[in-house]
Design a protein around this ligand. Sequence first.
Ligand code: MG
Length: 384
Amino acid sequence: MNSPKKLVLLGATGSIGDSTLRVLRKHPDKIKLVGVSANKQAEKLLKIAEEFDVPHACLTHAPEQNISVPRCTQLNTGSKSLEELAALDQADIVVVAVVGAVGLLPTLSALKAGKDIVLANKESLVMGGNIITDAAKKYGAKIIPADSEHNAVFQCINGQPHRAIESIVLTASGGPFREFPINNLANVSIEQALHHPNWSMGKKITIDSATMSNKGLELIEARWLFDVDPDQLEVVIHPPSIVHGIVRFVDGCCLAQMAPPSMTFAMQNAILFPDRHEAVEPSLDFSQPLDLCFTPPSLERYPCLRLAQDALEQGKSAPLVFNAANEVAVDAFLMNRIGFLDISRIIECTLNDSDYIYTHSIDDLLEHDTSSRIIASRHIERIA
Ligand code: MG
C-alpha cells in the first residue's frame, strides 16, 4: 500500500478546514496532516494539532489569552511562518483554505516549493491570477480547485484537451433573495442576508452569495484555473445546488457533476485526486423525486454579478478592484453602516474611480488593493 500523502492545511479552523478534517478522519491511512494554521482560534487549532498529532502549527494572530501548547513543536506567530508552513519540506500537498488576501503569499510559497495545492482561497486567483498561474507553470506544481463549482468543472474536464472546451458553466443557488420582491431588497436585514438556503458558510461568503458577488469572484477564478476567455464563462441559477458545474464542449455535449450540497465531496475529490474512495457523507438519493431546474440569472436582481463580469471583461487589475471594494462594502453592511443594495453601489463607484493597471508582483497587488479599499471606504463615508 502507498504511504499516506502528507498534507499541510492552512486555515484549519474555518468551515473549509472543518470539511477537510472530516475527510482526513475518514481516510487516516491515505492522508497524514503535517502542518496546520489558524488565524485567531488558538484553542481549536491546538485541539486539531493534538487530535491529528500534527508536528507544525502556526497561529497568524496572537491569541487573546495565554494558552499552553503541549504537543505543538512550533507555534509561530506572523505571516512569514504561514509561508514557511506552505513550503514545509515533508509536505506533498498544501490546502490553502485561509480567507482573504493573506492567502496570496503562502499560495505562492507552496507553488515555488513545487507543492501541489488544493486551492480554496479565492483571493489568490482573483487578485493575482497571472502571478499564481505563472508560478504553477514555472515550478511544475498543480493547482487543484477545491471550491465546489471549480472542482466540478475540473472533474468534468478530466484531461480533455483545452481546445475541446466551448464554455464553462458555473451554477449558483441564487441565495436567499432569489424570489424576494426586488423593490424591497434595499431594506433587507443582515439576518435575512445571512440566511442561506443550502450552504452553511462563513459570514462574508454568505453575503457574497446573497449578492452573487461570490459567483462573480468564481467566474474570475475560473478564467485563471481553466485558461478561458471571459466570453467562455456562463452562470446559471440552480436552486437545489446539486449540479455544481458544467462543461460545454465544442461538439455541443455538456458534462455536469452532481453531489449533495456539502463541501466534503469537493474537498475529498481535490485532496485524494486522482483517486476516488468512500465518501464522508451519503450521496444523492434517487429513490426520492429530485428536480433539477436551471434559470438564467437576472442582472437587475444581482448587479454585483454584472459588475464582476464587467471587471473580468476589462481585465488588468479590475477584478482586484472589484474584490477589494466588495470586501470593504460587505464589512460595512455587516456593521449595519450601509444597506444591502449599497454593496453594489460602492463596488460600481470604486470601479469607476480606479485606474486599472497591469500587476507584475505581489507588492503591486497589495498596493493597488490598499488604494482600492481607500476609495471604497470614502464612498462608504459618503453614503453612511
Ligand atoms: Mg462556490
